[in-house]
Design a protein around this ligand. Structure first.
Ligand SMILES: Cc1cc2nc3c(=O)[nH]c(=O)nc-3n(C[C@H](O)[C@H](O)[C@H](O)COP(=O)(O)OP(=O)(O)OC[C@H]3O[C@@H](n4cnc5c(N)ncnc54)[C@H](O)[C@@H]3O)c2cc1C
Length: 401
């Protein structure tokens, strides 16, 4: 098909998650008269990571100063809070305590506070008594941190609001429109809804980004290793155990924050998520979403296990066990000792992180990765806190275009 018969957009965005829609928002603000379309493989928005996360707007304390994450997290959180206020989206600064639970975790408390200082993030060192004043039931070992800016937000409402705004600004949404192939030379994409021409393509397809990038000769060094985040819900009668957010001290070699307690905008308390290896990009259930790609994933896990960078074996051992409630309990009890087995109710809240590994170095990638050429940009490894920082991240991406 020749180009002039195709519908042409100046900007085509693949993926209607928070990243894709934030890029569209930024483009409508900078280039109000441009033709923009978003292609989404599902029938509606919010079915993957952006609609399945903890709904926490992070302060940015975890990320080293030279990272893309730190460049956009704190600023993005502020923009998201403003957006919520402007559009009446439930959002509240709940604050968060990060607690050491044993001696070995204390040096990480210092590292986190150092990150906070370098990144200009408000964070207070707390002793045991001060932690207890904020979270009386937290099982703290002498040291903790309080980040007052940490907020909870109704993430699904953010997505529906964004969609409404974008439609009102003339952005075209194509659903049931998985991008199956890209002709880079002709600059067109092939979808179930037909072929379309782009001047510039933003690939923001979450767990599908690496596939599209590889079709176009990008993401050569990376492979997707999906990690499943399962949540339990705290029994409503035990909600008083958590005032805001209680997080453990994480292993900073890894991008996971550890099982935590989060009070959401409906005043429910969720406990999780795990970081269990998943055997498919959408393996939300025990076996649903597993396909032939599982063999490739198992091969990658095996090679990572042998290389054992970033304590990968210990991660596997600890996380696989969390399929069993007794082990999940153990992680929860580290933070609140009085939680009982019956206090954790199974929930259908589960998300999958589109985590990339570097296949040459056999390492889990910690930061966002951007690859691009004159006509396309690929937003790889858009893991947490990509929801928090989305507006600021979108601005950075459009600047780099
Ligand atoms: C369990 C969990 C908890 C988290 N908690 C937090 C948190 O508290 N705070 C925070 O800031 N971040 C959190 N995150 C991270 C955050 O949710 C993600 O980083 C963010 O949502 C990524 O957004 P996205 O737009 O890149 O991906 P997605 O939301 O997955 O959107 C990508 C879209 O692309 C579509 N797509 C895929 N392939 C194609 C294709 N070929 N053609 C067309 N469309 C396609 C998908 O259907 C999807 O709708 C969490 C993530 C998980 C999994």
């Amino acid at each position: 098909m020749s180009n002039n018969k195709l519908i042409r957009y100046e900007f085509i965005i693949v993926g209607a998650g928070i990243v894709g829609m934030s890029v569209a928002k930024e483009l409508t603000e900078r280039f109000p008269s441009s033709r923009i379309a978003i292609f989404e493989k599902e029938l509606k928005i919010g079915l993957h990571a952006s609609g399945r996360n903890s709904g926490v707007l992070h302060s940015g304390i975890y990320y080293p100063q030279d990272s893309l994450k730190s460049a956009v997290c704190a600023e993005g959180a502020k923009l998201m809070v403003d957006f919520a206020q402007e559009h009446h989206i439930p959002c509240k600064k709940m604050g968060k305590v990060i607690i050491a639970t044993c001696e070995e975790e204390v040096p990480t408390v210092d590292r986190l506070l150092d990150n906070a200082m370098k990144n200009n993030i408000t964070a207070h060192r707390l002793d045991e008594q001060q932690v207890k004043e904020i979270e009386p039931h937290a099982n703290v070992f002498h040291h903790g941190i309080y980040t007052p800016q940490t907020a909870s937000i109704d993430n699904k409402k953010v997505l529906t609001t964004l969609q409404r705004i974008l439609i009102s600004r003339g952005v075209a949404f194509y659903f049931n429109a998985a991008v199956k192939a890209v002709d880079q030379h002709q600059q067109h994409i092939k979808t179930k809804q037909g072929d379309f021409h782009y001047d510039y393509l933003f690939n923001c397809a979450g767990s599908g980004t690496d596939k599209i990038a590889k079709m176009m000769g990008f993401a050569k060094d990376y492979s997707l290793l999906p990690f499943k985040g399962i949540y339990y819900k705290l029994h409503p009668q035990k909600n008083h155990l958590v005032k805001g957010n209680i997080y453990p001290v994480p292993d900073l070699n890894l991008p996971f924050l550890g099982v935590h307690f989060t009070r959401n905008m409906s005043n429910e308390v969720y406990v999780g998520p795990t970081a269990i290896p998943a055997f498919g990009r959408e393996n939300y259930g025990l076996i649903s979403g597993i396909n032939l790609e599982a063999f490739r994933i198992i091969k990658d896990i095996t090679l990572m296990y042998i290389a054992n960078q970033q304590h990968f074996r210990a991660l596997m051992h600890a996380e696989m066990k969390k399929y069993f409630k007794s082990h999940f309990m153990r992680a929860s009890r580290k933070l609140i000792a009085s939680v009982d087995f019956s206090d954790l109710i199974s929930s259908n809240k589960v998300g999958i992180r589109p985590q990339l590994i570097n296949t040459a170095k056999r390492k889990i990638e910690l930061d966002y990765i951007i690859e691009q050429d004159a006509h396309s940009m690929h937003v790889l490894n858009a893991i947490s806190p990509a929801f928090t920082g989305a507006f600021s991240f979108a601005s950075l991406l459009v600047n780099r275009m």
